[in-house]
Design a binder for this molecule. Structure first.
Ligand code: BF8
Ligand code: SF4
Length: 666
């Protein structure tokens, strides 16, 4: 396996494809539109309010102390309401995904749905245990049905607490209860936050952020976690395949598209669609049909988070991340792009119209004009998948000029919480103990979760890999999800060899011993919930059964004590803000860039960057560049280390301009 199989930088490839687009009469792409759009400073700095028809009211940068909206709202209130509404929207997105998965899970358990089955028995019994379901003598379908009923009820629950909160360290749970931010029901927290951010309701941003925290926690420990766990039961936990455990490898980047095969690109988020497409594509009749049309086979590739889902479970190749969705079509080789929900650019249609590509929508929640709509059937999803594949096969012969860049990279992926546990200790001694002890002895400085979106800007350096390379050079183990993970995979950071090339000596030694990359791909954006569980586990093993500290592995009693950080270096979607805030409310220092839409609200901004830590332990931070974010993360981890009394063994490896220049994007 080579990490050096790229001839050109991603920027060069992109430039060539965008030129092809121009020649093919594509009017615009996100790259050209992002040059044409001038961002409004009021929105960018967080102080535009359009909550009511007296506005929009805008607080002028520089005059924010004196200016007020017509109702009297100040810059801090306006920015806080905008911020909180993003949290509500992000929570709604992940949780509605979780709800859909739960509905399909329940239908599968009841035998009402063909194409899915209850696959991961280990996770089935673990989740049953959490819900207090007695499993003795029951079939797996019966257990799953009981789980499905309980999980579905949590969306509409009015009182009490979400079940998965009890997976957090005890001290964290107590803090949530003390602050009265333990989420009661998923939908309730979203609705209440929407209510409280409306005109004339909650105008104390401290109070508002309490509800924003409760809502975000309903995402991370609720909707998103339910999505992850039930998807795992249906489709297998990445890296944990019943009796065998193995990580998978896959290829990433435009070079995965094939000249001589029918290319179907799956784009969106819910693996309900992509999983049945994977199954259906193996149907010998469809393979035959493809051959009869002159194609050598059927090639599936993913975009965005649904790509992550099938990459980490099956090694299905990935054509790209968010910013690459239009570029995939520019190759002229995409016969069908099948989409479900979230992060689907409306601009796809303009591009697709210049090619033979058919865009097929599959969810009643997300239709695009001038596309084919084939609803993912709630009765027989495999039939829907076959229909989509047949359309792609029929469309194969309509291709015009095709130009598929040869560039692609290998990635070793599938580092679920369960697999990390196993890889550290083997089958009989599964544990995070080796991770904690490597942190204590300084081989690993700490752990950073680098997650989220990527923006369609042309740039010489890729912000994700630039940041991650600096972190691993400083012995920070990196765990990734979302489009950021795909960016680093495309830059060759997810193969074991990357440890030799980029990791600091301590981290390199650990990676070498375990045969793992220094950057671990844990899945899609809802799979950030896996990171919450991993962090809880790092805390929980610090004490023995009887409650005594085990000094060999003790890293504090709460997530907020751990030498870890979160980062979303290139956020786009509101979902990223919801994720950021559930990490903060879980006790993690979380750093975003290259903007944060709170700049011109000094009181609220300072509250997010420091004041909020007094109650939640976690806080927000902002860095405009990869270097700034890396610095903030490393400083934060070092602060946590010194609070734990861990001796500092080394200085930060600073990436100066010279070193940055050497980090050329492959
Ligand atoms: O849910 S990372 S651009 S695809 S929002 Fe969207 Fe952002 Fe990508 Fe995944 Ni997550
Ligand atoms: Fe203006 Fe207040 Fe209405 Fe916002 S809620 S638009 S600040 S009047």
């Amino acid at each position: 396996m080579s990490i050096m199989n790229k001839k050109r930088t991603r920027n060069e490839v992109r430039a060539e494809m965008l030129e092809k687009g121009q020649a093919d009469n594509v009017k615009s792409t996100a790259f050209s539109r992002s040059r044409d759009q001038k961002q409004c400073p009021f929105g960018e700095y967080g102080t535009c309010c359009k909550l009511c028809a007296l506005g929009p009211c805008r607080i002028n940068p520089g005059k924010s102390d004196s200016m007020l909206g017509i109702c009297g709202a100040d810059a801090d209130t306006i920015a806080a309401r905008n911020f909180a509404r993003m949290i509500a929207a992000g929570t709604a997105a992940h949780s509605d995904h979780g709800r859909q998965v739960t509905r399909m899970f329940l239908a599968t358990a009841r035998g009402e749905l063909q194409g899915y089955e209850i696959t991961d028995n280990r996770k089935l019994s673990m989740v049953a245990g959490l819900y207090g379901i007695q499993t003795d003598g029951k079939s797996k379908e019966k257990i799953a049905e009981e789980i499905g009923v309980k999980a579905l009820a949590e969306f509409g629950q009015q009182d009490g607490e979400l079940t998965f909160l009890k997976r957090a360290p005890k001290k964290r749970q107590e803090l949530w209860r003390e602050l009265e931010i333990a989420p009661r029901g998923i939908d309730r927290e979203v609705v209440e936050l929407m209510h409280r951010t409306g005109m004339g309701t909650d105008q104390d941003y401290h109070n508002l952020m309490l509800q924003a925290s409760r809502c975000a926690l309903a995402d991370g420990w609720g909707g998103a976690m339910i999505a992850t766990e039930l998807q795992d039961i249906l489709f297998n936990t990445p890296g944990d395949l019943g009796d065998t455990r193995q990580i998978v490898s896959g290829e990433v980047d435009l070079g995965v598209l094939k000249d001589d095969e029918v290319n179907i690109v799956m784009h969106g988020h819910e693996p309900l669609l992509s999983e049945v497409l994977v199954q259906a594509s193996k149907d010998p009749k469809l393979q035959e049909l493809a051959k009869s049309k002159g194609a050598n086979g059927i090639n599936l590739a993913g975009i965005c988070c649904t790509a992550n889902e099938v990459l980490v479970r099956h090694g299905i190749p990935v054509a790209g991340n968010y910013s690459q969705q239009e570029i995939a079509i520019l190759t002229g080789a995409v016969d069908v792009m099948a989409v479900d929900v979230q992060c689907i650019m409306e601009g796809l249609m303009n591009v697709a119209q210049c090619y033979h590509t058919k865009v097929i929508t599959t969810s009643s929640k997300a239709k695009l004009p001038n596309t084919i709509h084939i609803e993912l059937s709630e009765g027989n999803p495999v039939e829907t998948a076959k229909e989509i594949i047949r359309i792609a096969i029929e469309n194969y012969s309509h291709r015009g000029k095709v130009n598929i860049p040869s560039e692609k990279t290998d990635a070793v992926v599938g580092f679920s919480h369960e697999f990390i546990n196993y890889m550290m200790g083997g089958t009989y001694r599964q544990s995070y103990r080796p991770l904690n002890s490597n942190i204590i002895d300084g081989r690993i400085l700490g752990v950073a979760g680098v997650v989220g979106c990527d923006r369609p800007y042309s740039r010489d350096l890729d912000v994700h890999s630039e940041l991650v390379k600096e972190l691993i050079a400083n012995d920070v183990l990196v765990v990734q999800t979302g489009c950021s993970a795909l960016s680093c995979a495309m830059e060759g950071l997810m193969v074991p060899e990357a440890a030799y090339e980029y990791a600091g000596p301590g981290l390199r030694e650990v990676c070498e011993a375990l045969g793992i990359p220094p950057v671990l791909h844990a899945g899609s954006c809802v799979d950030n919930s896996r990171i919450l569980i991993a962090l809880s586990e790092m805390v929980n093993i610090g004490r023995t059964q009887s409650g005594d500290i085990d000094h060999r592995v003790y890293l504090g009693d709460d997530i907020s004590d751990l030498p870890v950080a979160g980062c979303c270096p290139d956020w786009v979607h509101e979902k990223a803000i919801a994720i950021g805030h559930y990490f903060v409310a879980s006790g993690v220092g979380t750093f975003f860039g290259p903007s944060l839409q709170v700049t011109n609200a000094p009181g609220f901004r300072e509250y997010l960057y420091s004041g909020i830590a007094e109650s939640l332990g976690g806080k927000w931070g902002f860095g405009a560049t990869a270097g700034e974010m890396a610095g903030l993360i490393i400083d934060h981890i070092k602060e946590k280390r010194s609070a734990l009394g861990l001796e500092e063994q080394k200085e930060r490896v600073l990436y100066d301009m010279e070193m940055r220049r050497k980090l050329e994007v492959r």
